[in-house]
Write a protein that binds this ligand. Structure first.
Ligand code: SF4
Ligand code: SF4
Length: 283
């Protein structure tokens, strides 16, 4: 498992997503501020993830990446809405600078859905063009790139997850991550759509992984669930049923979700071969 240090590159963005987690930090960051926070690789954390805001909008992006490589960061990943990559030249210069891994954020499989959630007319077409360019523009010689798609799942778009996976596969990405971060979407409902989306990916040999819904709601699909492996983004809280659960590696549920919906959906998994394996692996 590659361990990334997440590096915030400023809050400026050309989308205005309904569920954006950085709305209170939309200010720009100077290159000096970012370099102060970048530091150097330490122990097993030898890779860097640039996120914002939209990192690809920075005029000094190639300087930033060059400095990261100079300091010894082995791998540089970028989480992006990919609109800037609708220009093929932006793809070439970013790859030449040293970014090898791209995680493209997508909220819908049709313009009506995606643009409504980004509150930015025209964003879907640019993101899809950018994604396609990241896949198809010739990378510098002997450079292998990885292009994933990250779907922010919420109350509006969760019913369409199988269609979204089906659409994304046509571009031919390396991985799809479906990440729930909306207390308004009930996890039990979302779980059914996540499972159908995973099935859609499996039939077409595309790996689909999930975040934000714990393994007790994802029976039979645990291998696709980040929380099964103790991997979490953001704060989590174990609730009452967790005390008796075999998933000691699971950190629980987002506190905002528990506050809005309570713990009644979650039922302790009393026995699970997968949970035992994860426990052993965690030592
Ligand atoms: S693309 Fe990301 S940073 Fe930009 S508005 Fe959407 S969620 Fe926020
Ligand atoms: S009951 Fe708790 S510990 Fe067990 S899988 Fe669900 S959220 Fe995780």
């Amino acid at each position: 498992m590659i361990k990334y240090k997440r590096l915030f590159t400023g809050g400026i963005c050309n989308n205005d997503c309904v569920l954006c987690p950085v709305t209170s930090e939309r200010a720009g960051y100077s290159l000096g501020q970012i370099l102060d926070e970048m530091g150097s690789p330490e122990g097993l954390v030898d890779s860097l993830e640039l996120h914002g805001g939209e990192p690809a909008l920075r005029q000094d992006l190639t300087d930033l990446i060059a400095e990261a490589k100079q300091r010894g960061w082995r791998r540089v990943k970028m989480t992006t809405n990919a609109r800037a990559f609708a220009d093929p030249q932006a793809v070439v210069s970013t790859m030449q600078a040293g970014v090898r891994v791209f995680e493209v954020k997508l909220l819908g499989h049709v313009p009506q859905l995606h643009d409504a959630l980004t509150q930015s007319p025209g964003s879907f077409m640019e993101t899809i063009q950018g994604l396609s360019n990241l896949r198809n523009v010739q990378a510098p010689k002997e450079v292998k790139t990885f292009v994933g798609v990250r779907v922010g799942v919420g109350a509006v778009n969760y019913p369409y997850l199988p269609q979204m996976v089906s659409f994304i596969m046509q571009v031919g990405v390396d991985r799809v991550t479906l990440s729930l971060d909306d207390p308004q979407a009930h996890m039990s409902d979302v779980a059914a759509s996540l499972k159908a989306a995973i099935d859609t990916g499996l039939v077409n040999s595309t790996w689909v992984q999930t975040e934000g819904v714990p393994p007790c709601l994802m029976g039979g699909y645990e291998h696709h669930v980040h929380e099964s492996f103790g991997i979490i983004e953001g704060e989590r809280e174990r609730c009452e049923p967790c005390a008796a659960c075999a998933y000691s590696t699971c950190a629980g549920v987002a506190p905002a979700y528990l506050e809005a919906n309570g713990p009644s959906e979650f039922v302790a998994v009393l026995s699970s071969v997968h949970a035992e394996r994860m426990k052993e692996a965690a030592g």
